[in-house]
Design a protein around this ligand. Structure first.
Ligand code: ABN
Length: 181
């Protein structure tokens, strides 16, 4: 009987040591630390809020949430600028479709899809940057219809499109219609 009790005692002690080793204070502190740091960092991560804006984007003329667009190409809420990110070339010595003197059009561009309130059709609009001079600094305009956050690079517009030009300095942005959606 005594022998059995001793064996049971040893077995229990060994098991308790194993459990203490696996779930000791250090492992508890490690897990607590991971949870705290993870919990603090998680809200800082970028995430796609595009779903939230579905109703705003769907709002057409006459519907709640719809804001009339200006017919003035010098204003940021002109319809062709629906997904532009840059200084409007119309304020920088250029036009809606032409770069100011001394700059050259970017070799690559971002293409947005904008609704023309005049004929209620969607158009593909190429936002070509004008390159070779420092920032124009006038009429900064950042609209993001159908654009997505930076971690989805292929559908993000906050990019210097002069990157493929010999002189990569960004001056301003044009809005050229390239097709009907
Ligand atoms: N497409 C205009 C631009 C230029 C530099 C940085 C961001 C956006």
């Amino acid at each position: 009987m005594n022998w059995l009790l001793t064996q049971l005692d040893r077995l229990t002690e060994r098991r308790v040591r194993q459990v203490a080793h696996a779930h000791g204070r250090r492992s508890f502190v490690t897990r607590l630390g991971t949870a705290l740091v993870g919990g603090a960092l998680l809200p800082m991560l970028p995430f796609d809020r595009s779903g939230q804006f579905g109703s705003a984007q769907a709002a057409g003329a006459g519907q709640p949430g719809h804001k009339a667009k200006t017919p003035d190409a010098n204003q940021c809420d002109y319809w062709r600028y629906c997904a532009i990110d840059g200084f409007l070339c119309t304020c920088c010595g250029g036009t809606l479709t032409q770069c100011p003197p001394g700059t050259e059009v970017s070799k690559v561009s971002w293409v947005g899809t904008c609704l023309n309130p005049g004929d209620k059709r969607h158009y593909l609009v190429s936002y070509n940057d004008c390159c070779g001079k420092g920032s124009c600094g006038e009429c900064l305009c950042n609209n993001n219809e159908r654009e997505r956050p930076g971690y989805r690079l292929g559908v993000h517009n906050d990019i210097n499109w002069c990157m493929a030009n010999t002189n990569t300095m960004f001056h301003c942005t044009t809005a050229i219609i390239v097709g009907v959606a």
